[in-house]
Design a protein around this ligand. Structure first.
Ligand code: MSP
Length: 703
């Protein structure tokens, strides 16, 4: 048995944010839960790199479209590494890029198949015509009258209801896909397979859209209007519509239309897929995509599941202008990955919109994780350490001690708790299977609450004072420890790191990630075995301190280069350096949605400096320690994450640009009193130090 799960592929015009991280977390969770059951699983994510929007973002940023795509991809790779969603951390299997040559081959093959096919009503599926209408570059979608806002001033173009940006007028020859002939075929798919579009409310929306009548879809643009894309086979003056190209990635990735991927992965082995998408792109996935596949005679996806949008804690859409976005840098700095994963899955009722705020995240981390699961785990294991010499205690209470045990308030029949766990497990897995993560987690936390109660009713600390109650004490602690084993297995897909840690602390070998939850049996925890070292799993987050740091903008953005470099020898070795001066380039990439005032820029004290000395730092393979003359009394000591790209001696004497008013920060025991500015490019964010070609004195200010 195999399983294939996909996220949407993300536009390469702007940088990743919480919305993008979220679908990846969901897909990663689904993939892990399948793998855990021994199902061979393939998990796809990637980037959608063609089209006018990317062309424009590139132009604005002074890059070629390919450079633009590479630039954005480097941020996605960085995000997936930092949030442990990449292959190295057991996450995605492929990061698809629509600029990959094998993808061109596969898309061309799909086009040819569709172009030579007949619709269910006997017409050519693709025909040439003339398109006249409005197009939203950001949605990459044609807009009908009810989908745009009429202009306030006469003669101005209408605006997109979603993006609030002006639409492009299009009047040109185009290939059309005869979508209007597919309404009945699609409706019979939705009716015959009620699970095809989920949740139910979205399925109803899709069905009423199709029942309302489908218009033929323009599936190409003249190359003179949009050149950044896949050429239409045998008619290179036309470029394929970016959604035709993008959707096809789901099959080209696994081998459709190209030998190389077919050998590496295998189309028949993994297709059909479960597509996870945001509700905003449901129509493309639930209407256009199945229609293309029907035309090409290819099996339809297993299902299309639409999730809601993340809003801010007040229910507003997140936007840079409102300043209510959740920043990935902040998440990364202040929150453990598992608490972000837990919060995302717990807080958004799958299919509905959810609210995401730092305060809520801190509250849930502290209540559900630190005080809930974390506390259950540490108190249980600490007591096993203290009262049972660190060995998993015996679970049975002998006949002669039963009455005594009952008196202490415990249910002497262990099958009660075992039965409770079995039924919780079944409910949990059922919710999980239908992607109702929030409900599944509620069930898991009912187990935490139940075991907490078992402990507080039995009061092991009192039982420990009475030698006659030794068996009762053992039984109570065994139950808690065994429940923790079950919870580790059940919760592994949601919180892989912390559950693996609990597993280890229980003294178990292997990983909960390879334990099939349907095979959990009461009593699996072996008596007499040593537990591991007990450490806190979910440290409490100091809400006031963290919130004030976040609100004061003490996020690590400007220091990211050095910080990442320090992490080089730690577990997050794959982390790529964040390009220095991230904000400036970020604004370019997103098509400048967040301008700053000149006063904002003036806050950054940029100075000319000269490198006096440069040396490597032991055990920090990415870091150089520089002494820089900024025309001040004393040279500055600055750490720079460039050791992999610059030999220290080549830097001595060189003029550089330094951020002189950056708050000093300690790294690897050395204080860094500023930051060297560098460009960053390519997938690994290769740094290139900014310098001058003319004479300039040390300490001169850049304005
Ligand atoms: N490139 C297309 C998808 C092509 S798939 C063949 C695209 N890209 S996107 O980058 O704009 O969006 C990708 C996904 O991010 C969508 O599923 C969208 O719903 C999701 N999100 C964007 N903002 C979001 C939130 N605020 N909350 C949750 N998800 C959101 O569309």
């Amino acid at each position: 048995m195999t399983f294939y799960v996909t996220t949407p592929i993300y536009y390469a015009n702007s940088l990743p944010h919480l919305g993008h991280l979220y679908t990846m977390i969901v897909a990663d969770t689904v993939a892990r839960s399948k793998r855990q059951k021994g199902i061979e699983t393939y998990f796809l994510t990637g980037t959608d790199e063609h089209g006018i929007n990317i062309e424009r973002a590139a132009q604005k940023a002074g890059r070629t479209p390919q450079e633009q795509a590479d630039y954005v991809v480097s941020y996605y790779k960085k995000m997936t590494a930092e949030f442990a969603l990449d292959t190295a951390h057991g996450g995605y299997d492929v990061f698809m890029r629509t600029t990959a040559p094998f993808h061109y081959e596969g898309v061309s093959e799909l086009w040819r198949r569709v172009a030579t096919s007949k619709t269910p009503k006997g017409n050519d599926a693709i025909y040439k015509g003339h398109y006249e209408g409005w197009f939203c570059a950001a949605c990459a979608a044609y807009k009908t009258e009810d989908e745009y806002q009429k202009p306030k001033t006469e003669g101005a173009p209408p605006t997109c209801l979603i993006h609030d940006t002006q639409l492009d007028r299009i009047s040109e020859d185009s290939y059309f896909f005869r979508l209007s002939d597919y309404d009945e075929a699609l409706l019979s798919v939705y009716e015959g397979q009620p699970d095809f579009v989920r949740p139910e409310s979205r399925r109803n929306e899709v069905m009423s859209f199709v029942r309302g009548g489908l218009q033929d879809l323009s599936v190409s643009r003249l190359k003179t209007s949009v050149s950044w894309g896949v050429p239409v086979p045998d008619d290179p003056d036309h470029t394929m519509y970016v959604w035709f190209d993008a959707l096809t990635n789901y099959i080209t990735a696994i081998g459709f239309g190209n030998e190389e991927r077919q050998k590496a992965v295998g189309f028949e082995r993994f297709w059909p897929a479960l597509h996870l998408v945001g509700k905003d792109i449901l129509r493309f996935h639930a209407v256009y995509w199945p229609a293309f596949l029907l035309a090409a005679g290819i099996k339809l996806p297993r299902a299309i599941v639409a999730h809601g949008m993340w809003l801010d804690p007040n229910g507003r859409k997140m936007s840079k202008t409102l300043g209510n976005t959740v920043e990935l840098d902040v998440l990364e700095k202040y929150f453990p990955i598992d608490s972000i994963r837990y919060f995302s899955l717990r807080e958004m009722v799958f299919g509905q919109d959810g609210r995401f705020g730092y305060e809520g995240l801190i509250d849930r981390t502290n209540s559900d994780l630190a005080s809930g699961l974390g506390n259950l785990s540490s108190r249980t294991l600490t007591m096993i350490g203290r009262y049972c010499d660190g060995l998993i205690p015996a679970r049975q209470i002998s006949e002669d001690k039963l009455l005594l045990a009952k008196r202490s308030g415990i249910d002497t029949d262990e099958t009660t708790v075992a039965g409770f766990l079995e039924s919780a497990r079944d409910q949990y897995l059922q919710h999980f299977e239908s992607l109702a993560f929030s409900r599944a987690l509620e069930v898991a936390w009912s187990v935490v609450a139940r075991l907490d109660k078992v402990i507080s009713d039995a009061k092991p600390w009192d039982l420990a004072k009475d030698e006659n109650q030794k068996q009762t004490l053992n039984a109570v602690l065994y139950r808690a420890a065994e429940a923790l084993r079950w919870l580790s297995v059940l919760l592994y897909p949601v919180m892989p790191t912390s559950t693996s840690e609990i597993w280890k602390q229980l003294g178990l070998s292997g990983s909960p990630g390879t334990f099939n939850p349907t095979e959990l049996k009461w009593g699996g925890l072996e008596e007499g075995k040593s537990i591991g070292e007990v450490k806190p799993i979910f440290p409490r987050i100091d809400k006031n301190k963290t919130m004030s740091e976040i609100n004061n903008g003490a996020a690590p953005v400007a220091h990211a280069t050095e910080a990442d470099a320090v992490q080089g020898s730690e577990p997050k070795a794959e982390t790529q350096p964040t390009p220095p001066m991230q904000h400036a380039t970020e604004a370019d990439a997103v098509g400048v949605t967040s301008f700053i005032e000149i006063d904002d820029f003036a806050k950054v004290d940029l100075r000319v400096g000269q490198v006096l000395s440069a040396e490597r730092i032991p055990k920090a393979d990415k870091l150089l320690l520089l002494k820089i003359d900024l025309g001040e009394e004393q040279p500055r000591q600055v750490l720079a994450g460039i050791a992999q790209y610059y030999e220290p001696e080549t830097l001595v004497g060189r003029k550089v640009v330094v951020v002189a008013n950056l708050k000093p920060r300690k790294l690897r025991g050395f204080e860094s009193q500023g930051m060297v500015v560098a460009a960053s490019y390519g997938e690994e964010g290769r740094p290139v130090i900014a310098t001058f070609t003319e004479e300039v004195p040390n300490g001169a200010r850049l304005k």
